[in-house]
Design a protein around this ligand. Sequence first.
Ligand code: ADP
Ligand code: MG
Length: 230
Amino acid sequence: MSIISIIDKAKAEDRTLLSEIESKNILEEAGIPTTHARLAGSAKEAAAVAGEIGFPVVLKIMSRDISHKSDVGGVKLNLGTAEEVEAAYNEIVAAAKKAQPDAAIDGVSVQKMARPGIEVIMGMTQDAQFGPVLMFGLGGIFVEVLKDVSFRLVPITPRDARQMIQEIKGRPLLEGYRGQEPADVEALEKLLLKLSAFVEAHPEIAELDLNPIFAYKDGALAVDARIVLA
Ligand code: ADP
Ligand code: MG
């Protein structure tokens, strides 16, 4: 489905929160690499989709009422067999129902398990005064606890993209820490520029979160995505 038709469908259903699957489809169309996700409505279907994608896979709860999937036990990583996938499907749905009894559950998303990388995040929020603002940071505690993030107004220039990455305090982690693979900073800069162009072209997008993106020595991959419409 195209960006326009996904947005129209959400509007028709009176939703502003796009699903992980919809958000990733939109980002892929904008040239941003993701672990493409597919919907499964039953344990058997999840196992069949996993077989088509290739193991190991990740399962995540799909619900318009749940935006932080791990908080409700809604994410299972590194599932290696059809049996594991079927069990994970049932566990995820049961955990989500327990945590949020009135949540409407559409099923689960199935996607490839990505190899580990350095977790970074990119986001966009609308400032009442200045319009869209892009954000960059390192994932996990760096954002949540240390607030180690950088911001720029949209549209950004290549120089802004470079500086956004250079100015975070955790930057040495991107250069390969304790034998870890360094991050492809050029790929991250290009991603920020693509995001800037994309949100500039789509003022109907109120909020966007790529959390996390796995950065590798060659390229980067968004493994979670969330788009909120105005
Ligand atoms: P949440 O809604 O809780 O943010 P995420 O989709 O971000 O859920 O998943 C939680 C964590 O699981 C991520 O931060 C990431 O570390 C890991 N993860 C998610 N998807 C994948 C994937 N496809 N491959 C590998 N790890 C993943
Ligand atoms: Mg996430």
